[in-house]
Design a protein around this ligand. Sequence first.
Ligand code: ATP
Length: 688
Amino acid sequence: MSSQFWKPGTEKPRLLEDEEGGVVFFSPSLASSSSGYGHASIEKQRQRLPVYKYRTSILYLVETHATTIIVGETGSGKTTQIPQYLKEAGWADGGRVIACTQPRRLAVQAVASRVAEEMGVKVGEEVGYTIRFEDVTNKVRYLSFEALEFYLIYLCIVIMVDEAHERSISTDILLGLLKKIQRRRPELRLIISSATIEGKSMSAFFQARKSRHQMEGEELPRMEPAILSVEGRGFNVQIHYVEEPVSDYVQAVVSTVMLIHDQEPPGDILVFLTGQDDIDTAVQLLTEEARTNRKNSSGLIILPLYSGLPRAEQELVFSPTPRGKRKVVISTNIAETSLTLEGVVYVVDSGFSKQRFYNPVSDIESLVVAPISKASARQRAGRAGRVRPGKCYRLYTEEYFVNEMSAEGIPEMQRSNLVSCVIQLKALGIDNILGFDWPASPPPEAMIRALEVLYSLGVLDDDAKLTSPTGFQVAEIPLDPMISKMILSSSELGCAEEILTIAAMLSIQSIWVSSRGAQKELDEAKLRFAAAEGDHVTFLNVYKGFLQSGKSSRWCHKNFINYQSMKKVIEIREQLRRIAQRIGIVLKSCESDTQVVRKAVTAGFFANACRLEASSQSGLYKTVRGSQEVYIHPSSVLFRVNPKWVVYHSLVSTDRQYMRNVISIDPSWLLEAAPHFYQQQRLNPIVH
Ligand SMILES: Nc1ncnc2c1ncn2[C@@H]1O[C@H](COP(=O)(O)OP(=O)(O)OP(=O)(O)O)[C@@H](O)[C@H]1O
């Protein structure tokens, strides 16, 4: 494996909408610090955690085994304590680093602050963290996979992969990579930790390998993994189920929160919903309810939490709740693991989350609201009972939980489009992707589809290697390769300023406020910005209006635009602009030439082209490649307009497959953009 284009010192942040994680670094200078544990009470708290009893065993196993798998209940202290034990035992001496990876950004920051507090140091001094786009430590670089490789090979002595049960694509890539690296660096210790992981299957994965030939006199750890089960848990969490299934979980969340507020003693409430749309709706309904209804409801502080919120807004959830008030945090599963929100006593679990599903046969990936697994339900409940006993209200029946809920989710790798994953591996110099050792193999059809798309995008060459410069540039942009390709094309087409705005807008789930009860007003507001060409050009109108208003929240409110989303768009756009400059994109504006903007969008998203069925009055489209039936989503400005040819950004599945963020195109652009992908005869019947 080689880092073909990464040089230490070059930042290469990654940015995706879903919460991809980072690493908590314990810097080499830790070794000299022992003054930290000033607070006796914190020290006592640490000793009360179940994992404390296992301190010696953990240190022994890590010393003697290359890989240690640690399974322990949520709240038992794995994340915050194990890296500290290792540091105290001298693993960070001599310039070495102990790293702990988390699947979610929010948890990385929170855990680093907590550990710094426990050690009596500041974040960035001895405990650091690094996530895409952010480097608070000033000592640690942004952590892309390339950077990770650098750290793995040269600096880290122990890597702890936390929450391994989540099986995100990043975790699976990391596990495969670590296994590979360990073969070359057998002194590197791995800790795989999780609340629910099937220890045996993970052990089998790490067991099945050839160990390196041992040099004479060299002391190496045992290669077969050790498994340790940490017994005991944090505080008790009482579980409540509904008696009958609920029909509207947003409404059920609102009633449950109000019930807790009316009847239960003080304590904050953490609610799990699925995404920005239903969270915004719940916030709105609760705010109204609190305003109009209850005697006692003035004390509620209602806070949304999802990845599209600006950082400052996200951090509000960690601020202490004022006396006499009750905080209600309404979150996606971004708060599901590793997070301790100190005031939270009650958890309300809707039982759903938004999940990606990909069908390699139809080549359709959609975000679907789907039931969570038992493992997730336990993690959610575990957010109560961290610092005192708590209660969890599950908005599904006990019978459903016991008999129908799946034990664990399907690894993301097996239900996703693998385009981004393939490019990450290629950028790491892993050429034989089909032979890569995954903890769970992805479907071969999905892999082939991904290679095909990347080839058509001009990112991979005939030998499936990254092309130069396109492939390397696309890999440098931390977004879906289709968006990256759109950005690259905009450079040639002279519309990069516009396309960067569009790319930032597409990174946000929605820039509109939730419509519940005000659909007509929302539609009217949209009409003020609507562009006949489609949603992408409409985004440009909104962005322009927002800038002209002086980035005003009142302007947003008046126009049904989500102010927080717009602030995030500005943040992301700025980050993308820096990257674009670095990789040599010509930052030009096309002013109002929307044709070039549409061409640039097509250059990235040609694979998502659809045509209107000639005979269809009903708005039925078919995807050009797979002939799948799709419709324009009602939230699109092109809903009911139904242009003949469109490309879409994403699909959502409800009763039908709906295209979100749609733009009208000329079919001849498809051939221009991807001659290999679209053969002329496929388009001919409709090209007039
Ligand atoms: N910010 C914090 N404030 C107060 N207590 C905290 C904080 N962070 C952690 N703790 C305490 O430390 C305990 C252990 O947390 P830790 O994250 O290490 O557990 P874990 O076993 O890794 O759980 P999980 O699987 O949920 O990540 C918590 O239950 C809580 O009591």
